[in-house]
Design a protein around this ligand. Structure first.
Ligand code: G1P
Length: 287
């Protein structure tokens, strides 16, 4: 079955970015020349998703506004002859067909995914956590979609992490398969390093079968008092196969201040107009 819908989770409080996030959603943080959320929507569209289901909260109306048409601003830019800027804002409502769903309470990632159930229905879907950015860009999701078609089971993105990072992620146990694909045999959310089943951590891209919704609805609150997607995936394992795709290349967690700075630098250094100047300036700054 074709995967047509992508659920983008943009419901977190973004406390790591306070005071900024007191009034601005963290997904609106810029990464060089566009906000974090735009990268996620562009990725979904590039992977052929026909509908983006964005899970937000009522306080994050700025996200809806960002992707809505602003005819007044368009007219002003047109009259001022600022056609390059006009293009930058005019394309936003057309990037993807987006519908917004609210998570009613901050009950964690699993609960946020469950909020999309009515819109997703009984079909497989992708989940994108916008904070997680990859050098491979949409290549990660694309390869996961291929793996889903081949193995007909849920696929999650994985990456090797150091011992010190283990407590920030869901960790998995796997059986070797072919190339970068493996079979997942166990999962645990944010374990202590000593309890980690391996050094493979879950990254924020998932292709899920609709069976996950039944499991999410029956999953009790876990780590941090929240409904964990990792726990629901573990339950799903008892009746469906689950596969992992190990990502290649660099990874940036733009949901932390250091990760956001690293992602900004990496993107800016590769930017056709900004890259060389930034490189020169960094060399000038370094001792
Ligand atoms: C979530 C998931 C975790 C996963 C991580 C990837 O955690 O619960 O399993 O490893 O995303 O970024 P969060 O970052 O919401 O704490």
């Amino acid at each position: 079955m074709k995967v047509r819908k992508a659920v983008i989770i943009a419901a977190g409080r973004g406390t790591r970015f306070l005071p900024f996030t007191k009034s601005v959603p963290k997904e609106m943080l810029p990464l060089v020349d566009k906000p974090v959320i735009q990268y996620a929507v562009e990725e979904a569209a590039a992977c052929g998703m026909e509908l983006v289901v964005m899970v937000t909260t009522p306080e994050k109306a700025a996200l809806e506004k960002y992707f809505a048409r602003d005819t007044e601003l368009e007219r002003a830019l047109q009259q001022a002859g600022k056609n390059d800027l006009l293009e930058k804002i005019r394309c936003l409502p057309d990037l993807a067909n987006i519908c917004f769903v609210h998570q009613k309470e901050q009950l964690g990632l699993g609960d946020a995914v469950l909020a999309a159930r009515a819109v997703v229905g009984k079909e497989p879907f992708a989940v994108i956590l916008p904070d997680d950015l990859f050098e491979e860009r949409e290549g990660v999701l694309r390869k996961m979609l291929n793996a889903f078609q081949k193995y007909q089971g849920s696929v999650i993105a994985l990456r090797k992490v150091n011992k010190e990072e283990v407590e920030r992620y869901g960790l998995v146990k796997v059986e070797e398969m072919t190339g970068r694909i493996c079979r997942v045999t166990d999962l645990v959310e944010k374990p202590k390093p000593a309890d980690a089943p391996s050094d493979l951590a879950i990254m924020g891209r998932y292709i899920l079968t609709p069976g996950i919704f039944e499991e999410l609805a029956a999953t009790p609150r876990g780590t941090g008092g929240e409904v964990q997607l990792t726990d629901a995936l573990k339950r799903l394992l008892s009746r469906q196969d689950l596969y992992g795709y190990e990502i290649q290349g660099e990874y940036y967690d733009s949901g932390t201040i250091p990760g956001w700075i690293e992602a900004t630098l990496a993107l800016a250094l590769n930017h056709p107009e900004l890259g060389q100047k930034l490189r020169d300036h960094l060399l000038h700054l370094l001792p």
